[in-house]
Design a protein around this ligand. Structure first.
Ligand code: GLC
Ligand code: GLC
Length: 814
């Protein structure tokens, strides 16, 4: 069952009824100012940091789930009827409803009693504000007298404090109102030099800034008293809950359309120019007024929307596929890179599942997010790499997270996740492959942000490798530390105290438990580093890293192979995890996917056997589960993984992030049919038809789909902010369609379902446009037999870096 459809031409998902199984959201903004917006206008906005600079208030896990947002209300001033044109919060009986989630904007349109209202929400490029452009059309035969009300609830900046510190916060709220613009300036009198504002393009009848005045005592957002009454009371908030609400009256002739624009924004003043006149307590509005004036202008707004479209045209044009499968094309060409932008920007901080007050940017997560983003805005990827590296510790290890506002490592979440530093190597390698910008390796970057500790970035990568070499266990395999990629495999935690964090509790010295996953990651990262070393003339380093890689591979064969698949780990007692010998958790997905992806087991048949075991034990119609059998009880020595009920999250859920590792692994053994099969099982567009089962948005990946042990098998959770986005994008574009940037050029090495006749792929790479036509006349999965570049025969399948311009590449498989 579907709740909407894809409009591929306009690159929108069109939701056609408001009662979707869950709120289906979109992101506004792609630089500094961000918002989440649900299909019924729920959500909130922030500047850079979802916790520390929250503009509007949102209550998580509310009932209904999604309440609070960018709500408009309409009132028919003749009949007194009122309604919500976005359905929520009044759940009005609309005669028509559509929500179009597009790239960086959302348009909600509805009709109520022949009044059609269409509101577009977006953030103009380069600005720290959002626009609500509301167009109302009178479709009646007679004139309509309407009142339009806007509403938002301000957050007092630090969202955590805002949600907890009421003894203070009920007294601190302050606003100013000037020329119909509502300014929110709580804490501006003391240490803040930023404020929020909410403006309206039409002359207003009135405003409210105190929540109770607007809603009425004991009322909620579904039925504000002021809307019912048809007038606001010009309330000025002193403490309590500052809000912004405008009232605009409109008389519309039959057929007439009117547009009203609202602007909600964030603004900073220089610290010594906060007040105007100086010495007063009045906001200095000199620099914000021109910004407000600009975006209350209809032409400017249209221009900004056109610019946003053009921006996305440019980003998406870098990689475009046309294949025999619609779901491949739709995700590759539109939604998957779009989701990669969101994960790059927001990491795991703000979604319907991430409260914006919990997590900053994860070291491991951000490095992986970059893999799906680097081709779009490489300069930003470069900066991110340097920021991440600057939080690395002198030991080579990493803080697990950092706060985007301060760019400082976050101690609350701890460190010693022993996989963390290796992801930096993969990110740097991906960046250089995409751009050819070797200079990044020479950038001076500090450790733990300590001035004076700078070394070239290259040395950071070396220390990452050394970090593991300094932490090898009894079998010579990498010690797992607090956990590896699987945050919940806590082999040194041994927590029996309720509420203790699995992420920060360690009760063992950590000298025994080893991770075969990290071993696989190490094999890959040392190969990558060796290649970087070689190309920069560090031949001894290159040889050393190759030797380390080979040594680790041998250790995996010796101590990390269980007979039919790769082991997962050794626990603190030196016992196997992920082995036939285990009662539960006999086989795990991560080492199968990652070891093979890294090339382990290709030469001795282990790779094929491991992947056959995945197909046999872990694959389901909804994706590949994390392990089997699921843990049926809590095991002290395994930690959080066994805290989840069977089939959810890391305990045998379909953790979509690691499914693409298996897809890539399948391409490495040449099984294009299986790679595509796995790809389609979790592809959200392909799952659209079962939206009542999947429940999350059909246009983006979710972190998890409930596994076969769960009563709700097939149900997705944690949509949007997941490494699934980057890895699926890498899997489909670079390994299945096989167009892969390498240090010396563009490799073309598809691994596709044999029945495909071929496909085309356009790729802008290092300044040239490659128009690649792949033909598959002999219906194979893999194997390039002939290549022509601009009509001339080319040897091998590594395309050179071509001069600017459009180039025709003909590729034949056989
Ligand atoms: C979450 C975390 C990620 C981790 C994964 C598996 O997605 O953000 O860092 O690797 O869970 O536990
Ligand atoms: C929990 C989740 C895991 C996530 C971690 C982040 O352990 O199960 O997915 O990575 O929290 O702190």
């Amino acid at each position: 069952m579907q709740f909407g459809y894809f409009d591929d031409e306009r690159r929108e998902y069109v939701i056609t009824r408001p009662d979707t199984p869950l709120p289906w959201i979109n992101y506004l903004g792609c630089e500094e100012y961000f918002g989440i917006i649900s299909h019924t206008a729920g959500g909130y906005s922030f500047f850079r940091d979802a916790r520390l600079r929250r503009l509007t208030r949102y209550r998580y896990n509310n009932a209904p789930l999604d309440l609070g947002g960018r709500y408009l209300y309409l009132r028919d001033d003749r009949s007194g009827q009122t309604w919500s044109p976005s359905w929520m919060p009044a759940r009005s009986a609309l005669s028509q409803f559509t929500c179009r989630h597009g790239l960086g904007y959302t348009t909600i349109a509805s009709t109520f009693d022949n009044i059609h209202v269409e509101t577009t929400y977006f953030v103009p490029l380069g600005e720290t504000l959002e626009i609500w452009r509301c167009r109302m059309t009178n479709q009646r035969a007679e004139p309509a007298d309407l009142s339009l009300f806007s509403s938002i609830e301000f957050c007092l900046w630090d969202a955590w404090d805002d949600a907890t510190n009421f003894q203070r916060n009920f007294s601190t709220g302050e606003v100013e109102i000037e020329d119909g613009v509502i300014y929110h300036k709580t804490e501006y009198r003391e240490r803040r030099n930023h404020f929020a504002y909410f403006a309206c393009s039409a002359p207003i009848e009135g405003f409210d800034t105190q929540r109770e005045a607007f809603l009425g005592a004991y009322r909620g957002w579904d039925a504000p008293l002021a809307v019912e009454r048809g007038s606001l009371s010009n309330s000025v908030a002193h403490g309590w809950q500052p809000i912004g609400a405008h009232h605009v009256r409109l008389s519309l002739a039959p057929g007439e359309t009117r547009e009203v624009i609202f602007v909600l924004g964030y603004h900073e003043n220089p610290k010594d120019q906060k007040f105007d006149p100086p010495g007063s307590q009045t906001l200095n509005k000199r620099t914000v007024k021109p910004v407000i004036a600009r975006y209350l202008d209809s032409h400017q707004v249209q221009q900004a929307l056109d610019d946003l479209r053009a921006y996305w045209d440019g980003l998406l044009r870098i990689q475009q596929a046309r294949t025999p499968n619609l779901h491949v094309d739709r995700m590759v060409n539109i939604w998957n890179p779009y989701q990669c932008m969101a994960t790059f920007n927001i990491s795991r901080s703000a979604s319907l599942y991430e409260s914006g007050i919990g997590r900053g940017l994860g070291f491991r997560d951000s490095n992986q997010d970059l893999l799906g983003f680097v081709h779009m805005v490489p300069e930003r990827a470069r900066q991110r790499i340097l920021d991440l590296a600057a939080t690395q510790l002198p030991s080579g290890g990493a803080y697990h997270q950092y706060q985007p506002l301060t760019k400082r490592g976050n101690n609350d979440i701890g460190s010693n996740f022993n996989d963390d530093p290796h992801w930096l190597i993969l990110a740097v390698a991906a960046y250089i492959k995409e751009t050819g910008d070797w200079s990044i390796l020479d950038e001076a970057v500090p450790y733990d942000n300590l001035p004076g500790s700078e070394t070239p970035l290259y040395e950071h990568l070396q220390r990452a490798v050394q970090y593991t070499l300094d932490r090898l266990g009894p079998h010579g395999l990498p010690l797992i530390g607090r956990a590896d990629w699987n945050d919940c495999l806590n082999l040194n935690c041994f927590s029996d105290t309720p509420g203790q964090s699995f992420q920060t509790t360690t009760n063992k010295d950590g000298k025994v438990a080893e991770s075969i996953f990290i071993a696989g990651l190490f094999v890959l990262s040392t190969q990558e580093l060796a290649a970087l070393a070689e190309r920069t003339g560090r031949l001894e380093d290159a040889a050393r890293y190759r030797a380390e890689s080979a040594r680790m591979r041998e250790l995996i064969y010796q101590y990390g192979w269980d007979g039919e698949w790769f082991l997962r780990a050794y626990d603190d007692f030196g016992n196997k995890v992920g082995s036939q010998e285990c009662q539960e958790g006999k086989i795990f997905i991560e080492p199968q996917g990652f070891c093979v992806l890294a090339g382990v087991g290709l030469e001795n048949g282990y790779a094929q056997r491991a992947l056959d075991s995945v197909a046999r034990w872990l694959a389901t119609p909804h994706g590949i589960v994390l392990q089997q059998p699921a843990y049926s009880r809590y095991y002290l020595h395994l930690g959080e993984i066994s805290s989840y009920p069977p089939g959810y999250k890391e305990n045998a859920g379909i953790f979509c992030h690691n499914n693409p590792w298996v897809m890539i692994a399948e391409t490495r053994v040449g099984n294009g049919a299986r790679a595509m099969e796995y790809y389609l099982r979790i592809n959200p567009s392909n799952r659209e038809a079962i939206s009542e089962v999947h429940r999350c948005e059909p246009y983006v990946y979710a972190q998890m789909i409930a596994g076969k042990d769960a009563p709700t098998h097939g149900e997705a959770k944690n949509s949007w902010l997941t490494g699934t986005a980057a890895w699926n994008y890498v899997a489909i574009t670079q390994w299945i369609l096989g167009v892969r940037p390498e240090l010396d050029g563009l490799r073309i090495d598809p691994c596709i379902p044999p029945e495909w006749e071929g496909f085309t792929f356009r790729r802008i790479f290092r300044g040239a446009e490659y128009v690649i036509e792949v033909r598959n006349p002999r219906h194979v999965s893999k194997g390039v037999t002939a290549v022509r570049v601009d009509g001339k025969v080319w040897q091998g399948n590594l395309l050179p870096i071509l001069p600017p311009g459009v180039h025709t590449i003909e590729v034949e498989l056989g």
